[in-house]
Design a protein around this ligand. Structure first.
Ligand code: ZN
Ligand code: ZN
Ligand code: ZN
Length: 318
């Protein structure tokens, strides 16, 4: 705002008085917005514009002083202030010494600065868990399905997903529930689920493998309340190993043929999986692929009898 935009004529005495009471000197009025007044802060000497309503009814808080306080609190906590969180006035964005950005409540950062609580960088922690998991043949997927804060969801190299307690991850004392139960040789299935959102516009699909699709759907997907789920199709497969192979092949085809129907993982905040969800438009293709799979499995089970030479077999009988 330039000096020309400011009306420096004398304001009503009550306004000057109110400004002083709040720790400011009345500076002028914004010519373009008559309901806006400019105040100079006694603490930091910065100018601040506020609505006259704020001046009359509430104690105006100096933005510059507030930012200075946020910044020095951040420093005490070993962080650098990036800026306030514009969606929540109680929170701000900070930069950690590790280089990650953190979004925390101001009150929490103040407590860190006073040494009452310690600060942990969520990203650093996630990286550490992911590395520990990787060394043991697992990949970290995210929050645990059981909802407990000391658990996370992991996927084993066999494709099976399960919650593991962090202490067990650290000690390495856990096994894959699927591998332990001979998942590779036990009968399994490739399933197709449909998810309908209550907004009645979004319909999505999930293809996967499980020994028990109904239980997978009911207990292991962590669906949000606004999502209704149903099993569209289940193709039973003789072994887990075969089911996993068939499932991977299916995903490979879908990604190659219709990448536009693959739902990106940043849209998957309503389910506890991070991939393998498709838009409803992929339904005809998925149905066709599942029918092909059924056909292949059937022909493997009942191979055509080897061609016999009728004439010679008749001949033998004679
Ligand atoms: Zn100030
Ligand atoms: Zn970090
Ligand atoms: Zn496994």
């Amino acid at each position: 705002m330039s000096a020309d935009d400011i009306d420096r004529s004398k304001p009503p005495a009550s306004w000057e008085h109110l400004a002083i009471k709040s720790g400011y000197t009345f500076y002028g009025r914004d010519k373009s917005k008559r309901a806006t007044v400019l105040l100079r802060c006694h603490t930091c000497s910065e100018l601040m514009s506020v609505h006259t309503h704020v001046l009359r009814t509430a104690r105006a808080e100096c933005t510059s002083c507030w930012l200075n306080a946020l910044s020095s609190e951040a420093e005490s906590a070993g962080l650098t202030l990036i800026g306030p969180d514009l969606t929540d006035s109680h929170r701000a964005h900070y930069l950690g010494v590790c280089g990650h950005t953190l979004n925390r409540q101001r009150g929490f950062i103040q407590r860190v600065g006073r040494g009452e609580v310690s600060l942990r960088c969520t990203d650093c922690l996630r990286e550490r868990y992911a590395e520990m998991a990787e060394n043991q043949g697992w990949s970290l997927l995210g929050k645990a399905i059981n909802g407990k804060p000391n658990y996370r969801l992991f996927r084993h190299t066999c494709g099976f997903e399960q919650d593991v307690a962090i202490c067990n991850l650290q000690s390495g004392r856990f096994t894959c529930n699927a591998c332990a139960g001979n998942w590779a040789s036990d009968p399994s299935a490739v399933y197709l689920f449909q998810f309908d959102f209550l907004d009645e516009r979004t319909r999505l699909l999930k293809v996967g493998m499980s020994r028990n699709p109904a239980s997978r759907l009911r207990h292991q997907l962590g669906l949000k309340d606004e999502v209704r789920a149903q099993i569209l199709r289940v193709v039973t497969v003789a072994s887990g190993k075969k089911a996993l192979k068939a499932e991977k092949r299916l995903h490979g085809i879908l990604r190659a043929v219709c990448p536009e129907f693959v739902v990106p993982n940043y849209e998957l905040n309503w389910i506890s999986v991070v991939s393998e969800i498709y838009r409803i438009e992929a339904l005809p293709l998925i149905s066709e692929l599942l029918s092909d799979l059924e056909e292949t499995l059937r022909s493997e089970q009942n191979p055509l009898p080897p061609k016999t030479n009728c004439a010679s077999s008749r001949g033998l009988m004679q």
